[in-house]
Write a new protein. Structure first.
Length: 164
């Protein structure tokens, strides 16, 4: 019995001494927006979008986020808000013209992060983390993509899910 306890102790210590740095990004596009005024560059979410934002909160209910990021647009912040509120996290802003900057990488290293963007930026952000052009621009009618990009000891991998 002592040998068995010793063996498990050695195994436990060995596993804990080999710690991997894991960073996980969850990328989503903002939920459905109002399309009443074609000239409005900053529309809010429509009723379906508000429902989807609440649904994202449920999808992410078991995930312990360290940070929630959004662009500085009503539709992205409204999409992020239910999840951020449920985790007691502020919504941090990022600029889509400066995605995956050195500062962003340093601030998110080793963390689990939600990033809310747009049809023409979400895939780009995921691709920048991956270091390859894996994902195409999101169709304007698609608000259901969830890109999960994990970086383990500097090696990225990704999966794309459709959450309806």
């Amino acid at each position: 019995m002592k040998k068995l306890v010793l063996a498990f102790s050695v195994l436990f210590i060995s596993l804990n001494s080999y710690s991997q740095e894991i960073t996980t990004y969850y990328f989503i596009r903002h939920a459905e927006k109002l399309r009443i005024d074609k000239t409005d560059r900053n529309p809010n979410l429509n009723d379906d979008g508000l429902k989807r934002a609440e649904a994202w909160k449920e999808v992410f209910s078991a995930i312990s986020f360290d940070a929630v990021y959004s662009t500085d647009y009503s539709r992205t912040k409204l999409t992020a808000k239910p999840t951020a509120d449920s985790k007691n996290l502020p919504i941090l802003l990022y600029r889509p013209d400066n995605m995956y900057s050195e500062a962003f990488q340093n601030n998110t290293k080793g963390k689990t992060v939600l990033v809310v963007g747009h049809s023409n930026t979400t895939n780009v952000f995921a691709n920048k983390v991956l270091g390859e052009e894996k994902y195409d621009e999101i169709n304007d009618s698609n608000n259901s993509n969830l890109y999960i990009v994990t970086v383990i000891d500097g090696k990225p991998s990704a999966i794309l899910l459709k959450i309806n």
